[in-house]
Design a protein around this ligand. Structure first.
Ligand code: PEP
Length: 251
């Protein structure tokens, strides 16, 4: 049985005070939720303050990225995974399409970041997904298969227990265009088959695969009804505590 995960990616939004206020409001609104894991990913500067305020609650904290480097050193502007752990966060989002698009993230750097995350005792939310041109040219599965092969290369079955996959078609992120539940289900089932091939059937059956791309209170239940959709990675609709809480309480 896979426990659903609803994760909110706050991207480059909110000062520390607003991040804490949203986290506190959310904590209050979802305090009774036991049917899913709940995660929020604030900006780096707010990680510790948010983690402190959520300590002991059912809401965990994630960073939005980390360095490929495992050790501290001369890497100006980078944040090592153990510094993220030190802030109280438990997860790191790795390979978000915005980082692939604007920051030169590759499957190789995604793989190095996942290894750094795991080595420092954190869990990774690994994003994959095709862009519009790739979908329209019938290349979506090939692209996602390549991202999975490169990103998850060399990871053991034990490593995979600390990995969550997020399928985020780039054409659906922040565009208001959600993949239909059928399109999402089809790709999630494909991802599960790829993990069965690269790791094992058991590993594939226990790996949580989240959908991301314009998830809102109005479309979450249809998505969650599908067999291989184990939750959501939510951008815009996670910025408001009330809207994110109604996504968490999709049941
Ligand atoms: C995201 O940031 O991962 C995302 C899916 O954004 P949105 O929900 O705004 O499309």
């Amino acid at each position: 049985m896979r426990k659903p995960v609803i994760a909110g990616n706050w991207k480059m939004h909110k000062f520390v005070g607003d991040s804490v206020d949203t986290a506190v409001d959310l904590k209050r609104s979802v305090s009774g939720a036991t049917h899913c894991e709940i995660i929020v990913a604030p900006v780096f500067t707010a990680l510790k303050s948010v983690a402190d305020r959520l300590e002991g609650s059912n809401v965990s904290v994630s960073a939005q990225d980390c360095s490929t480097e495992v050790d501290h050193g001369a890497r100006t502007g980078e944040i090592c995974a153990d510094m993220i752990a030190d802030s109280g966060a438990k997860y790191v989002i790795v390979g978000h399409s915005e980082r692939r698009q604007f920051n030169g993230e590759t499957d190789q750097s995604v793989n190095a970041k996942i290894r750094a995350v795991l080595q420092h005792g954190l869990r990774a939310i690994v994003c994959v997904g095709e862009d519009l041109r790739q979908r329209e040219s019938g290349d979506a599965e090939r692209v996602v298969a390549e991202q999975l092969a490169g990103g998850l290369a060399g990871l053991t079955l034990a490593d995979m227990e600390r990995i969550i996959i997020a399928y985020e078609p780039v054409w659906a992120i922040g565009t208001g265009k959600t993949a239909t539940p059928e399109q999402a289900q089809e790709m999630h089932a494909f991802i599960r088959r790829r993990i069965a091939g690269s790791h094992s059937r058991e590993c594939a059956d226990s790996t949580r695969i989240l959908y991301g791309g314009s998830v809102k209170p109005g479309n979450i239940s249809d998505l969650m009804d599908r067999e291989d959709i184990d939750g959501a990675l939510v951008g815009g609709a996670s910025l408001d505590a009330e809207s994110f809480a109604s996504i968490v309480n999709y049941k």
